[in-house]
Each structure stands twice: as structure tokens, then as C-alpha cells.
Design a protein around this ligand. Sequence first.
Ligand SMILES: O=P(O)(O)OC[C@H]1O[C@](O)(CO)[C@@H](O)[C@@H]1O
Length: 453
Amino acid sequence: MKSISLDITKAAQFLSEGTVKAYEPAVKAAREALENGSCPGNDFLGWLHLPSEITPDFLKEIQDCAEVLRKNCEVVVVAGIGGSYLGARAVIEALSNSFAWLVNDDRKNPNILFAGNNIGEDYLAELSEYLKNKKFGVINISKSGTTTETALTFRLLKKQCEAQRGKEEAKKVIVAVTDACKGAARAAADKEGYKTFVIPDNVGGRFSVLTPVGLLPIACAGFDIEALVKGAADMEKSCGTDVPFEENPAAVYAAVRNGLYAKAGKKIEIMVNYQPKLHFISEWWKQLFGESEGKDNKGIFPASCDFTTDLHSMGQWIQEGERTIYETVISIEKTAKTMLFPEDEENLDGLNFLAGKRVDEVNKMAELGTRLAHVDGGVPNIRISVPELNEYYLGQLIYFFEVACGMSGLILGVNPFNQPGVEAYKKNMFALLDKPGYEADSKAIKERLAKEN
Ligand SMILES: O=P(O)(O)OC[C@H]1O[C@](O)(CO)[C@@H](O)[C@@H]1O
């Protein structure tokens, strides 16, 4: 089996010689601290050996549950936000036919929709309209079980599902993935008798894609979760404490990004793809690194672009804007399909020079040309090469980023496994909405607003 691979040559050239290698002791210490649990946030290290610890019986339980949903639903709505939806969406979109959702014929797989990740009234009303004549089920995913966006959406979906199917039938197609004991999602599941899966206490949301949080929706969509976990387990070995620095891709990635940040003033990392299906891989990656590293007034800002699309909008900035950025490109070596450019007698578009070539050849030349141009323009380039888009390599990619993120955050000197900053907006929102328990905050925020206006 092949493996994803990392090329940092076009990034290391922006650093003085030996800089990446100089991070070896720090990377080694970080990797060992993860292994022996001596780092900050050590109560959230359950993801580290998750791939190799997942049993066939556990995968079977997830597959069986997915089968019930697949048999009984045309549509499965995944209610969740942040780490409770991005990983599933990233894998499902990367593996799905881009136009499957438009196809009306006898579909083999239910349509997987995502909600509970915003508070858009139009979005929810339109979702409800769409679901009106559909046989739909719900996977309610929330580690805390109290996240407003998800809880609010679940209440709406539960009521609609029960109204359309009857309470007893609805119970068969509503599944909760949540904490073992606490939170509203757990309370509802226990009261109604829904099938549930537990999110382990020691796995934070953004590291949870290889728990039922990601695996159940991915299995519902018809993808091979065994292969996904196998890819992750193989990458777990490739990034182990016993692997030499240069051979451990996650160690090298953690080292080079810290070097670019600390020694070359590169404060922004742009995750780039050349396949639109990878859009949500970048979204998942942004949460992983953003929530893990952005604290104590430090951290690389994780951004993303879909190329070549965004070369026609963001390309100018990247080529000539402030030189505080670097790019990490996920490059897919082999496409799943083949499409050749036809010859045209009239050649009105002047494209006959491409006749007989694969579309992917043009894409690859765009990628190479962009890499050269951006490097010439002062943008370091890290390249992650993925042999092809399938479950196995996505499993590798996911684990690679997770372990690199843990190491990178520790090198930066932060706790990569907490997210205290996200509470600030929630506190204000609850105070503004007069949530019971927030009386003093409500008074204070209203007085402040009155003064400011
Ligand atoms: O699974 P939960 O508890 O609903 O949280 C969803 C997301 O919200 C956050 O807690 C931030 O508020 C993320 O860390 C998490 O992935």
C-alpha cells in the first residue's frame, strides 16, 4: 500500500539552512509528551491510539446502525457543529459524486444533509420544507449535548420526524452521538430510547472524526469505514515515537510550520486543493489547527483556498500581497475518472493544443505553474501528495493532521486540546437572550449596550 507523502523543499528554502532539522529535539519531546501523557491537555489524548484500538465489533455496531438508517431513510440529517460535523462532511464530500444530490433515480445511498451548524432561519425553514415529503432520519451529534445551534435544530427535526412518521417509527431513525451521561442530547436519547453512541471523554470534538461522530454519518453515506480506520492506523505507525524525524511526515510538518511562523514571520497558512471535493477537508483542518493553536495571543491563522477557482479571486493577493503567508497544497496524484479534451475542426477557442490531453494534465500543470509563481513571489510551499481519493488515504491524511497538530501546538507552547476562547460569544448570546442563570450578565450587557448607543 502506498502512503501520503510530504515535500517541504519549497518551504525550507525560505529558512536558513538547518532550521527544520533544529526543531528535531522539540518535535521529539512533543511526540513523547503526547505518548506518555505528560503534556498540557493530557486528559484529551484519547485520539492518539484510537485508530489501532478500534475493534471490528465496534465498526460492525456502527455499520449495523448505519444500515437501519440507510434502509429506512431517503435523507439523513446530521445535526452537529464544529468537530461534531466537519470531519464527517469532509470525508463524505471528498468521496461523493459532486452531483449525486441532484440525481433523482433509484439512489443506493440516502442523501446526507448537515444542519445544526448555523442559526439561519431561512436555512432551517428551507430544510424543513425540503424534508416535508421525505422519509428522513436524524443523527444528533454533540459532545457537550448543550450546544445551542445543534440543540435548537434537533428540537425542530425531532418534532418534524415524529409528526411525519409517528413517535414510535421516529425512534428507529433518530440516533444520538453524545456524552455517556450528561447533556440535553443524552437526556433526550435516554428518555426516548434512541440508539446511542458515546463520544469518549478523552477525545475532543475536533479530534473525533474517527469515533462514531464521523464514522456513523460516513457509513450512512455508504463509504468504507474499515478502510478509513485502516489508513489512520497505518499512519499512526508512520508517526510513532520510534520513527526517525525525517521519516515521520507529521513531525516534519510540525517542524516546518513552526519554523515558518517563528523564523520567517509567516503568520497565515493557506490550505490549498485543486479538487473542489476537498473544500471541507480544509474546513475540518481549519478547526483542528485554529482551535488548537490560536490562544495566548499566538498561533498561525489557518485559511483555505480552492484552486484553480480562487486563483481568480485570491490569486492576486497571494502573489503580491503582504508576505506573511505560506501554502500547504493537498495534491491528488490520480483522479478517479478520465476525461479527454476533444479536437475541434474550427478551433474557435484556440484550445486544440489541448486536444487529446486529460483534464487532469491541465490541472496538474496549473498546480505546478502556480507553485513556481507563488514560490517566486515569496510564498513558501508545502506539498502533501495523496495517491488517490479513497477512504484509506483519507484515513491517513486525517491522522497525519491530528498528530501533527498535537505536536505543533506543543512546540508553539500552548495547550492544543482546550478552547476556552469560544465561550465568550456564547456567554454574551445567552445574556442577550435572557437565559436563566445569566441574570447578572444580562443586566451588565444591557447596561453596556445602552451606554454604547
Ligand atoms: O459537540 P459539541 O459539544 O456540540 O461541540 C461542538 C463544537 O463546539 C465547540 O465546543 C466550540 O464551541 C467545538 O470545540 C466543538 O467541536
